[in-house]
Design a protein around this ligand. Structure first.
Ligand code: BTN
Length: 249
């Protein structure tokens, strides 16, 4: 399916046939003094990384891209960009997978029909005074294929029965949506991003399992706080705000 979008002005693009990791390229751009924003797209990644040190497989036909930028914001504020990115990814997938239920999952996955179809990996370096020096928003979208042996079940557009777009077309939609949400964030802050994210959150208000560093807890998924931490109600009088972990249904 072809879904057209105009490329957002201001954002540059660098397209590689093959690269180690688009996030690594973002780091190299930072070291050479680039200012960004620059989208880096690769047809193939030889060393794609996922969260928690996992390998991220992106075979030919899947989208592997990173946005390199230098937001003039604090480290804490920039962490909010993972939620904004999940919204842009969900928008993009929703344009193709029109018959699927596309949702976001804390902290920054996107699901289609309850299966993971995209992942996001933010990497950054901070500067003096708690400011961010640079940020890489790494995004992998399973367009043409997905792994079968994952702990959380995965899918792809092809797995959903949808003809996959070219990675360049998908990036056009993603970049456009990302730029739109970024403008919202810059002018109105995190609140509208959080509201939009919660409106699309999978299993909001239901009992979920969260795996933290040294424990696993169950509770009602009540929302996310101003810092993006997961709010889980374990019992009538005990609510936990979880900054890092993984969620299962
Ligand atoms: C996850 O574990 O869910 C996050 C996956 C992020 C993968 C993307 S693909 C583009 C960018 N380059 C990488 O090496 N990783 C991210």
């Amino acid at each position: 399916m072809t879904v057209n979008s105009a490329w957002p002005s201001v954002y540059a693009i660098r397209h590689f046939d093959e690269i180690d990791s688009t996030n690594d390229e973002a780091r190299r751009l930072a070291q050479t003094g680039e200012q960004g924003p620059i989208w880096i797209l690769a047809d193939l990644q030889t060393n794609g990384r996922g969260r928690r040190g996992r390998v991220w497989q992106s075979p030919l036909g899947n989208l592997a891209a990173s946005l390199f930028l230098r937001p003039e914001k604090s480290v804490a504020e920039c962490a909010q960009l993972s939620f904004l990115s999940a919204l842009a990814v969900a928008d993009t997938i929703g344009r193709y997978a029109t018959n699927s239920d596309v949702r976001v999952k804390w902290p920054n996955d996107v699901l289609a029909d309850d299966r993971k179809i995209a992942g996001i990996l933010l990497e950054s370096a901070s500067a003096a005074g708690n400011r961010l020096d640079w940020l890489a928003v790494g995004i992998g979208i399973n367009l043409a294929g997905h792994p079968e042996d994952t702990e959380f079940p995965a899918t792809s557009l092809v797995g959903l029965g949808v003809a996959p777009p070219t990675t360049r077309d998908a990036l056009g939609l993603l970049a456009t949506s990302w730029a739109r949400w970024y403008d919202v964030w810059m002018t109105r802050g995190f609140e509208p991003i959080r509201d939009a994210w919660l409106a699309r959150a999978a299993r909001l208000g239901t009992r979920i399992r969260a795996r933290l560093q040294d424990e696993e807890i169950f509770g009602l998924f009540e929302g996310i706080d101003e810092a993006g931490a997961l709010i889980l109600r374990e019992s009538q009088n005990r609510t936990r705000h979880i900054a890092a972990g993984e969620v299962f249904f």
